[in-house]
Design a protein around this ligand. Structure first.
Ligand code: ZN
Length: 210
């Protein structure tokens, strides 16, 4: 009997053959390079694959995923991806996509000890603390958690706007930052009301004199 991982290799083999069958040039074109228009910062959750939920093809979206789609200013991985996407690939849009039912947000809203992961979840707790008044006015705990998912996405888009990388891109051209939430219950993405398009959307203390 085949092991489960072998199914993935078989699928890959079938997929590659299928692609070539319909478009013999497919991989020749793919191997020439990438020029994606979008950077996607999403959750590592297996239910929210960037290309699949947006019905896009390989080459269209540059992707970074971590637990609960957070943007932490000291995260070298995130910053390297952001730099490469903005400065080298010149993406036009950055999407931060959270999702309802996020395990990371669910863990962060509790006081339970999750060991090492506490460090990662800490930034989501900061979002909670910042919006405590609004969140604790929501009695229904599921609705409160859904709102924290939304506020977390919004705060992460704000964090992106505070980076030198994004502010330099604004100086040299245009770059839009979009907060989105995916709903596993119906497959739909909702745009949140915090689109960031220029330095005027950033609190003055975070604006750099570039
Ligand atoms: Zn998640």
């Amino acid at each position: 009997m085949k092991e489960s991982y072998q199914r993935l290799l078989q699928n890959n083999h079938d997929w590659a053959i299928d692609k070539r069958k319909f478009n013999p040039d497919y991989f020749n074109k793919l191997s020439l390079g990438q020029s994606p228009e979008f950077l996607w910062i999403g959750c590592s959750d297996s239910r929210v694959p960037a290309n699949e939920v947006t019905n896009t093809k390989p080459g269209e979206i540059f992707v970074h995923r971590n637990i609960a789609n957070v943007v932490i200013q000291t995260d070298m991985n995130l910053l390297s991806v952001l730099y490469y996407a903005v400065d080298i690939l010149h993406v036009k849009h950055i999407i931060v996509c959270g999702h309802y039912g996020c395990g990371g947000v669910n863990a962060a809203i509790q006081q339970k000890d999750f060991g090492f992961v506490n460090n990662w979840l800490r930034s989501i707790k900061e979002v909670y603390a910042k919006h405590k008044k609004e969140l604790e006015a929501i009695d229904d705990l599921e609705r409160r958690e859904r709102r924290l998912v939304e506020l977390n996405v919004i705060e992460q888009t704000n964090n992106l706007a505070k980076t030198r990388i994004v502010q330099r891109a604004w100086k040299n051209g245009s770059l839009q930052i979009h907060p989105w939430v995916f709903d596993c219950a119906n497959g739909m993405i909702t745009e949140l009301d915090n689109k960031i398009t220029s330095i005027s959307d950033v609190e003055p203390i975070f604006r750099y004199d570039l």
